[in-house]
Ligand binder design. Structure first.
Ligand code: URA
Length: 250
C-alpha cells in the first residue's frame, strides 16, 4: 500500500493531510524518514508518525443486493450510487469488486482490500460469477456450445473464456462466467443474435445473494477467505435463495 494511503487507513487524517505530514518529514518507515507519498509500505514494515506507531484498521468486506437504477460508482451520477445504501463510516475508502450496470440487479461485493478484489475480478483466478438472464427471444439451440467455445465480442481480439449456460426455459437461463468484460453478458447474447431483457447476478464464487433488495451485510472471515482461495475454478452449485426449486421467473 502507498504510504499516503497507509496513513489514512491508520488514522483519521485525510489524504491532503497525510501528504502534508509526509512533506514535513514526520513519517518513518523501518527507521528511515520517507518523503515519497508513493513509497510502498509492506505488512511487516514498522511505520511511525512523530514516533507513534501507525497500525492500519482491518480491511472491510460487504455484500450488497443492488436494486435497479443505482450505479456501482463512489459518487452519484445519472443514478444514485449504491454507496447511498451502505451506511458505514468512510465509504470513500471502499470500492466495488466487479461492477454491475445500472439496469442489472444482484450481488455486489464492496471492500477496501485491493488484493482481495483483484483475485475476484482477474480472469487469472477464474472466480465464477452466476447471472440469471431473461432474454427477449427464445434461446437458440447452439447457444450453450457457442458460449462454451468462446465468443468473439465486437471490437475485441480474444475469445471470451468458456462460459456455462444452464437453461431454465427458452427465455430464462443461468450463465456462469469466469471473467468480467465490459457489458459482457449483454454483448455475448448480442453476438448470438439475442438480447438481454433483465439481468441479475446471484452468485460470486460460493457466495449467494442472501439479503433483501437494497440490503447489505458484512462478510464473515470464512467467506472472505473462501472467496480469495485458490478453489474458485471449481464448479459451483447454482442456488437461488428466493427460488430454491429454480422455477422460471414470470
Ligand atoms: N454483464 C453485463 O452485461 N452487465 C452487467 O451488469 C454484468 C455483466
Amino acid at each position: 500500500m502507498r504510504l499516503d494511503k497507509f496513513i489514512c487507513k491508520s488514522s483519521e487524517y485525510s489524504l491532503p493531510e497525510a501528504l502534508a505530514l509526509i512533506e514535513q518529514r514526520r513519517l518513518v518507515v523501518n527507521d528511515q524518514v520517507v518523503t515519497e507519498a508513493s513509497h510502498q509500505v509492506h505488512q511487516n514494515n514498522v511505520v511511525t508518525l512523530d514516533a507513534q506507531r501507525l497500525i492500519p484498521r482491518p480491511f472491510r468486506y460487504f455484500l450488497l443486493h443492488k436494486p435497479i437504477d443505482m450505479i456501482c460508482s463512489n459518487i452519484d451520477e445519472q443514478y444514485p450510487s449504491v454507496f447511498n445504501l451502505l451506511t458505514v463510516n468512510r465509504p470513500s475508502e471502499l470500492h466495488i469488486a466487479g461492477r454491475l450496470d445500472a439496469d442489472t440487479t444482484g450481488l455486489v461485493l464492496i471492500t477496501d482490500d485491493g488484493h482481495w478484489s483483484y483475485r475476484l475480478t482477474s480472469p487469472k483466478h477464474q472466480c465464477e460469477k452466476v447471472y440469471k438472464v431473461e432474454l427477449t427471444r427464445p434461446l437458440s439451440a447452439d447457444a450453450a456450445q457457442r458460449f462454451q467455445s468462446g465468443i468473439l465480442l465486437q471490437g475485441e481480439a480474444a475469445l471470451t473464456r468458456p462460459a456455462r449456460l444452464q437453461v431454465i426455459d427458452p427465455y430464462y437461463v443461468y450463465l456462469t462466467l469466469t471473467e468480467g468484460r465490459f457489458h459482457q453478458v449483454k454483448r455475448m447474447f448480442a453476438a448470438i443474435g439475442n438480447r438481454v431483457k433483465a439481468l441479475h447476478r446471484q452468485q460470486i464464487g460460493s457466495l449467494s445473494l442472501d439479503v433483501k433488495l437494497g440490503d447489505w451485510r458484512s462478510l464473515t472471515t470464512a467467506e472472505v477467505k473462501s472467496l480469495a482461495g485458490d478453489n474458485e475454478s471449481q464448479s459451483i452449485a447454482i442456488t437461488d435463495a428466493a427460488n430454491p426449486t429454480n422455477t422460471p421467473y414470470s
